[in-house]
Design a protein around this ligand. Structure first.
Ligand code: GTP
Length: 349
């Protein structure tokens, strides 16, 4: 009982999804004396469910996050794990399967209404007692409630997108990850040149602003204005990829962090979104357009500098006709934007 309480205190002491995941699998692994426990993400892509591990703990070792080896892949099709696929299809609380080596795998989806986007997987050489399943079920209920609470504090209440506060945390994490990656690269002779020729995958930041939104509010009223923002949030979510992150920054401004993309792909994805908005028929309001400014994220630049550059490209789009996406570096190299270095940051004129 002491151990259970200790885990509950630990779980509810976090303000971060990653730490909460680490904390829940550590608790479950210890309470079930499991050889392995994982937190799985269940992602729906074009109507198909995929499974991807996001945290793992092996008995005797500390829990750790699982890096996605291929960010462009949504994971393993759930059809490859028939027992779990059946459990999800039947909306069951758990399913237990014994494999050829005698190991028992217990899957417990975290249901929120009729949707489960997280599942716990616990592997054990011996069968689970009903007491163990009961205790784990209780831990998972606390986990689910706490996850809900974290979601609520991280999201914008109108659109359901991630909010500005979450953006600061996620950008800091992205900068840390890309800094570590860049530092670990010791390029052999010739590789530097080769990389400059082929397009490198980078992280990108895009700032999106609805054009003439004040006019929408003034002409149709705030309720229709709000509906436009919700529909644009939906178009953002459907136009960008599952590994990208979409934020409402406030008002009619949105920010997207695009992960691991070449310049050509980043352009294509952003342009696809801009066109999706242009072609959408907004009820009552009719046509709405957006302007976009985007820039590559560098681990060696302060967040305020990166954001400032994307804003400058957005400002350029706004003042040159709107309904367009502008790439900061292209504007600078084309002589359309000028930067002057001052101290260690760049300023614009
Ligand atoms: N309906 C609604 N309107 C909002 C919300 N937040 C901000 N606004 C409005 O968004 C409008 C933004 O107007 P401006 O900053 O002048 O920009 P704009 O009219 O889009 O013009 P450009 O950006 O230059 O194309 C203001 O009228 C704000 O009141 C919101 O949550 N809901």
């Amino acid at each position: 009982m002491d151990s259970l309480l200790k885990h509950m205190v630990d779980m509810t002491g976090h303000r971060d999804h990653t730490m909460l995941d680490i904390s829940v699998i550590s608790a479950v692994q210890e309470l079930a004396c499991a050889s392995l426990a994982r937190v799985l993400t269940l992602a729906s892509v074009r109507g198909q469910l995929y499974v991807r591990p996001r945290a793992v703990v092996v008995a005797g070792q500390p829990a750790r996050m699982e890096e996605n080896p291929d960010p462009s892949s949504p994971g393993e099709p759930i059809a490859n794990i028939p027992a779990l696929a059946g459990c999800i299809a039947r909306h069951e609380a758990f399913v237990d399967q014994v494999d050829a080596t005698g190991n028992h795998t217990l899957w417990l989806p975290i249901w929120l209404g009729d949707k489960a986007d997280t599942c716990l997987e616990i592997v054990n050489p011996t069968p689970y007692t009903s007491d163990t399943i009961h205790i784990i079920g209780g831990v998972l209920s606390v986990y689910r409630n706490f996850q809900n609470l974290l979601d609520y504090s991280e999201r914008d209440s109108l659109t359901g997108l991630l909010n500005r506060k979450t953006f600061d945390d996620q950008l800091a994490k992205m900068l840390l990850a890309s800094g570590a990656e860049q530092d670990s690269l010791t390029l052999p002779p010739g590789e530097q040149e080769r990389r400059q020729h082929c397009q490198e995958e980078k992280q990108w930041l895009a700032v999106i602003d609805v054009d003439h939104f004040k006019h929408v509010n003034d002409r149709f009223g705030h309720l229709y204005g709000d509906e436009v923002l919700i529909l644009i949030a939906n178009l953002l979510t459907s136009s960008f990829r599952a590994q990208d992150r979409v934020f409402r920054f406030g008002g009619e401004e949105f920010v997207v962090l695009l992960r691991s993309s070449t310049l050509d792909n980043a352009k294509k994805i952003i342009e696809r979104f801009r066109l999706n908005v242009e072609q959408h028929d907004f009820p009552q309001v009719g046509k709405v357009t957006v302007s976009v400014g985007f820039v590559a994220i560098s681990a060696y630049e302060a967040p305020v500098v990166i954001l400032g550059r994307a804003d400058q490209a957005l400002y350029y789009a706004k003042s040159h006709g709107r309904n367009m996406a502008c790439h900061y570096d292209e504007l600078v190299s084309g002589g359309l934007l000028q930067t002057v270095e001052s101290n260690d940051t760049a300023e614009f004129f």
